[in-house]
Design a protein around this ligand. Structure first.
Ligand code: NOJ
Length: 584
């Protein structure tokens, strides 16, 4: 009888042969090094890395427990030291803060808690001195209920603003089924119900209806709709004239209303030509008046958003993004999910789910503009959610070597953690958003260096863990996550093959299998990137059209590689990544 050990060997050889059989049938993957720069994008974007700042949580200079613009100015040298090129600031405008400032009550004024318009001007100026760009949040699919336009619109008498919001003409009659979740009854003196675009306190501005079916539904070219649009253009000019370098458009796909779309799509992608037409007008405005300004959408459907409208689109409201980072119910925003993230030590994720949707969008848009897979943001749980610094570095290696424009959420560079489910819900930040919006952790001083206020006055409590990561603790440690992130950002800038537009070719991506391997290439500059977030050793074999003399490690961990002509075999340890340069 064969001893058990031998049976194991026989089986392994059998499986290996099987695998090799299969390998033989796979055609070589072609890497061309060809690319086309999306010429419509401003030049500075092609290699840019962005840093996202949540103003209320970054740095408080006036001791009220809430971050402010002066605080951001004070930290610009730190931001510059990360190696990033640009900043995206979440809304800093006057607001009753029912949705953390996304509910704007004056488009032309900085909220007093953040400072003054003069501070904003100074922030743009100081950033520019350091060669940093700044984009703001252009939130125009709705306003706050406190906005004077809405107050006027809710009056019984007809006035200039009557049609600037969407109102039915009867308080008692239910709106058509397609819009049944979107209307609020009983506000003000006006007989009718108003449409919200998110929370109840965010009434939808009126961009018209794709197919008006009721007398109160205006067409997209109604004079009042067009008048509103002219005013919104002025808002844009106001901040760009002051010095902003572009904008992120909140809920950009949800302007014109469309009865064919229900559920959450109503708020994110109304799949509608009218919405596209509006953004094309804005694109024209930029071309004519601000050719260097950058526009990026919160749309999450690049095929639509990059169709002559935006320069880039955040691609994160889709299942593939969850497949990467937040497939578990305890990691995801709405708490309804089942499954396993690809980036998790347990190694049960599936990269092919993500890749299928990504490639579909990427191939259709690569010459038009950029896809951004954000490295965290204010709407999702932090990536540092039961992940170690090593796990995070692998995620950042992925994010900073993918095509498009990377965005890093403040604090992720030091591995700030997702905070508990018992954290207070503040300003519309229900879990897990609240646990991802806590104050930046600067040092081990009072309130982790964020503010001089007493702890009960803070916007959100700071991380209470004894080992909460801080900038001060990591600054001088070459092996800290902060410095590892800096090195990855620097690599992105120094390697031509990591330009936003350089070719992207998946090399090894199998169902429920690790690692994930891909190439980036620009002419003869070629990189192979190996990603294994699972805690298990894994191996891969793939064939390309390139025969490499040598592979030179640029970042990450050395892996066992065998190159035979065009064929590469790799064995890598668990929780490792590697970025190799191909020497031809
Ligand atoms: C998207 C923003 O990112 C989010 O924070 C906000 O709550 C919704 N838009 C509604 O404004």
């Amino acid at each position: 009888m064969l001893p058990l050990r031998n049976i194991g060997i026989v089986l392994s050889v059998f499986f290996l042969l099987q695998c090799q059989q299969k390998e033989k049938s796979r055609p070589a993957v072609e890497i061309t090094g060809k690319y086309q720069i999306p010429s419509a994008c401003p030049g500075w974007v092609h290699n840019a890395v962005f840093y996202q700042i949540y103003p209320q949580s970054y740095y408080d200079t006036d001791g009220d427990g809430i971050g402010d613009l002066k605080g951001i100015i004070q930290k610009l040298d730190y931001i510059k030291s990360l190696g990033v090129d640009a900043i995206w600031l979440n809304p800093f405008f006057e607001s009753p803060f029912c949705d953390a400032g996304y509910d704007i009550s004056d488009y032309y004024k900085v909220a007093p808690r953040y400072g003054t318009n003069e501070d904003a001007r100074k922030l743009f100026e100081e950033a520019h001195k350091r060669n940093l760009k700044v984009i703001f949040d252009y939130v125009i699919s709705y306003t706050s209920v406190e906005h004077p336009w809405f107050k006027a619109s809710s009056q019984q008498d007809t006035n200039k603003y009557t049609n600037w919001y969407i109102w039915t003409d009867n308080t008692w009659k239910n709106p058509p089924e397609a819009f049944k979740d979107c209307f609020i009854k009983g506000f003000g003196r006006r007989n009718g119900q108003y449409m919200r675009n998110f929370y109840w306190c965010q009434p939808a501005l009126n961009f018209g209806f794709a197919k008006p079916e009721e007398p109160w539904m205006l067409p997209v070219d109604h004079p009042d709709v067009l008048a509103l649009q002219e005013e919104l253009k002025n808002v844009l000019r106001f901040w760009l004239d002051m010095g902003a370098d572009g904008f992120r458009a909140d809920m950009a796909g949800a302007l014109v209303k469309n009865a064919n779309i229900t559920g959450n799509d109503q708020f994110f992608n109304a799949r509608d030509e009218g919405t596209k037409l509006f953004w094309r007008k804005i694109r024209q405005l930029l071309i004519q008046e601000y050719p260097e300004a950058f526009m990026i959408a919160e749309w999450s459907y690049p095929k639509d958003a990059l169709d002559g409208l935006f320069h880039a689109d955040f691609f994160h409201w889709f299942d593939g993004y969850n497949d990467l980072f937040q497939k578990e119910s305890w990691r995801i925003l709405n708490g309804y999910s089942e499954g396993h993230s690809f980036f998790d030590q347990e190694g049960k994720g599936n990269i092919t789910h993500f890749l299928k949707s990504y490639m579909e969008q990427y191939l259709a848009t690569a010459t038009k503009g950029y896809i951004s897979l954000p490295l965290g943001n204010h709407d999702n749980a932090r990536l540092g959610n039961k992940r170690t610094d090593d796990d995070l570095e692998i995620i950042y290696a992925f994010g900073l070597t993918m095509p498009g424009v990377p965005f890093i959420y403040y604090g992720n560079e030091i591995g700030m953690r997702q905070l508990g489910t018992d954290w207070p819900h503040v300003e519309g930040a229900y879990k897990p958003r609240n646990g991802a919006r806590t104050p930046m952790q600067w040092s081990d001083e009072k309130n982790l260096g964020f503010s001089e206020a007493s702890a009960d006055k803070l916007y959100l409590p700071v991380d209470t863990a004894m080992d909460a990561p801080t900038v001060a603790a990591q600054e001088n440690n070459p092996n800290s996550l902060l410095n590892r992130t800096r090195r990855l950002i620097a690599l992105r800038h120094s390697e031509p093959a990591l330009s936003a537009y350089a070719e992207f070719v998946p090399l090894f991506a199998r169902e429920n299998t690790y690692p994930f391997i891909y190439a980036r290439a620009k002419d003869n500059d070629i990189l192979f990137i190996f990603i294994n977030p699972s805690d298990k050793q894994c191996s891969a074999e793939f064939t390309t059209n390139i025969s490499c003399r040598e592979l030179k490690l640029l970042a990450g961990n050395e892996i066992t590689l065998k190159c035979e002509g065009n064929k590469i075999q790799a064995i890598m340890h668990g929780r490792h990544y590697a970025i190799y340069k191909v020497v031809l």
